[in-house]
Design a protein around this ligand. Structure first.
Ligand SMILES: [Zn+2]
Length: 578
């Protein structure tokens, strides 16, 4: 009955000479589930003009056009979303993050903005009240230089554990310093770690002690590992159900955070098979909070040789889970002077960095990737590591007919010798970069590399783009906030926190930067047929933004909020009314 009514209505529209193209008329065979009107829709189809409305049925966009054309596709049960002229873009695709680690980090007490030790103690007390006895309480991000004052009796600039112990007498507490080079723990954690007055300092670490020789709870560098090992032992003793519940909670937290920031697909950069099993189970029940594109990681070549075929998955559970990539690590990072360089660090002249996975291992992984139809995505930060991996890809591809079609990636591609820049475009190697790294690292990178090397070789987005490389964008979360708008802003402004700019000649335009976060990231996952642009037939993954980030002045970019996130036609995030 309903069908007849609507077919009749579609016919009437055509007879009345309404501006409804044939494709719209056929799309009108059933009413839309969701209609967005009074929008300014940047489809991200190159060269296409903006449109003002779109209609969704099920999880797909079925029509785009004028408000009148699209309103005509609504039925009595259609959800109408009038967005008051706001910008609509494709849902953001996080091009490189660590999904479970994000969920884990979000489960810690966030101590970054805390203004005093007493506030930290109060947070721990509240957490202890909610926790079961014996459960670890963890926090991260505190820094004593941010506090208004230091409590009396502090040793080595850090308060002793007494107040933490009183706040959580029955729970081990471990709070990581913002530098990552120390933790403060309470008495229960000291006991769990087996630390008493006679415990010697481990090599490369220090158990800080007061005037009487008692451990204060402040564990520096390698002494942290004593408390971390106790935590690891505790986790091993958890029941399988409790561990599973914890991992599911991580998935939910990571998903909620990403979705609130407009992310509808997440490239998970290095996931062991055990986590993929969990993703698959959740996806099968419709409980993955967003779409995951998974790179297998943390597995040996031997383990992958026997399991890659079984794990290969494309578009499972309504396009929520794809497993067809592998992650490897060529080197470390610039911050810790472990990125592998062609010439030594300027602030450490004997050091050219570290190899992580050997080239032999990565080449073996490359053969496995070819044999099993997987993409290979290798972390390479230093110019030596990037050159090695480009060379290695070329070697592994000998005999491959159209190697560009493999779309292999280099993750980060942070520091490149100018001679290697054109090779990305020529070889079809995708540069999977993070806009926000340029501005986070900008203050110290010139110290590591010296000028002009830092300016000529790091975060060379413009040079890569102009040389024909496909650039994917992301955040490497939880290293950075998963917020795509922050990374977009860094990509187009290169503005540091202090207001200065880091080599602004390497900026991308607004249009280009949005492409890196949408259709390029879709391409980098072989998903450009499903997402990355807004077109009839594609997945209805899109966001509504408070400001037009393609046009507003730079100062307004930072004020931009995600008003709605729509994933597969469902409104999964709506910002509170302004
Ligand atoms: Zn990463």
């Amino acid at each position: 009955m309903m069908d007849i009514v609507h077919r009749f209505r579609a016919c009437t529209l055509l007879l009345a000479g309404a501006l409804v193209p044939c494709s719209l008329a056929s799309a009108a065979s059933a009413p839309a589930d969701l209609v967005v009107v009074d929008a300014s829709i940047a489809t991200m189809v190159p060269g296409a003009p903006r449109v003002s409305a779109l209609a969704v049925r099920g999880d797909r966009i079925v029509a785009m056009g004028t408000d009148a054309e699209i309103r005509a596709l609504a039925g009595p049960a259609t959800r109408m979303l009038d967005v008051d002229g706001r910008l609509v873009t494709p849902g953001f695709i996080e091009g490189h993050g660590h999904f479970m680690s994000l969920g884990e980090t979000l489960g810690l007490l966030d101590l970054r903005a805390v203004g005093s030790w007493d506030d930290i103690v109060a947070k721990v007390r509240a957490a202890a009240t909610a926790a079961k006895p014996g459960e670890w309480i963890r926090g991260a991000g505190w820094h004593q230089e941010k506090w208004s004052s230091l409590p009396a009796g502090a040793v080595d600039g850090v308060p002793t554990h007494d107040s933490l112990t009183a706040a959580a007498p029955r729970n081990p507490v471990m709070l990581e310093h913002a530098s990552g080079h120390g933790v403060v723990v309470n008495a229960a954690a000291l006991a769990a770690a087996g630390i008493d007055d006679r415990t010697p300092d481990p090599a490369g670490g220090r158990i800080v002690r007061d005037g009487q020789g008692h451990a204060t709870g402040w564990l520096v560098d390698n002494a942290m590992s004593l408390a971390q090992a106790a935590l690891a032992r505790d986790r091993e003793s958890m029941s399988p159900e409790a561990r599973r519940a914890e991992r599911v909670a991580q998935v939910r937290r990571a998903g909620a955070d990403a979705i609130a920031k407009g992310v509808t697909t997440f490239h998970d950069a290095g996931t062991p098979f055990a986590d993929i099993d969990l993703y698959r189970e959740l996806a099968g029940r419709g409980e993955l909070p967003l779409r995951l594109y998974v790179m297998v990681g943390g597995e040996s070549n031997a383990s992958m040789a026997s399991q890659l075929a079984r794990y290969r998955t494309i578009g499972y559970a309504g396009n929520f889970l794809t497993v067809r990539a592998i992650k490897r690590m060529a080197d470390g990072a610039l911050g810790s002077r472990s990125a592998l360089l062609l010439e030594p660090y300027s602030d450490d002249p004997g050091n050219t960095g570290l190899r992580v996975d050997t080239l032999e291992t990565i080449a073996g992984t490359g053969e496995l990737a070819l044999a099993h139809g997987y993409q290979l995505n290798t972390h390479a930060i230093g110019d030596r590591a990037n050159r090695d991996i480009l060379d290695l890809y070329a070697r592994v591809w000998r005999g491959v007919d159209q190697p560009q079609a493999l779309r292999w990636r280099i993750e980060h591609a942070q520091h490149l010798h100018p001679a290697d820049v054109p090779r990305f475009g020529r070889m079809g190697v995708i540069a999977a970069m993070q806009g926000v790294h340029a501005t986070s690292d900008g203050p110290w990178v010139p110290k590591r590399l010296g000028e002009p090397r830092a300016g000529e070789r790091t975060y060379v987005w413009r040079a890569l783009w102009d040389a024909g490389a496909v650039i994917a964008n992301g955040t490497d979360t939880p290293v950075e906030d998963v917020d795509p708008l922050a990374s977009y802003r860094a990509t187009v402004t290169r503005r540091l926190a202090d207001g200065s700019t880091f080599h602004p000649e390497q900026r991308l335009t607004r249009e280009e930067a949005l492409a890196t976060y949408t259709r390029n990231n879709a391409y980098a996952a072989f998903e450009e047929g499903e997402k990355g642009t807004l077109e009839p037939g594609k997945l209805a993954d899109f966001v509504v933004l408070s400001h037009d980030i393609l046009q507003v002045p730079e100062q307004e970019l930072a004020a931009t909020k995600v008003l709605y996130t729509v994933l597969g036609g469902r409104i999964v995030h709506a910002a509170p009314a302004q």
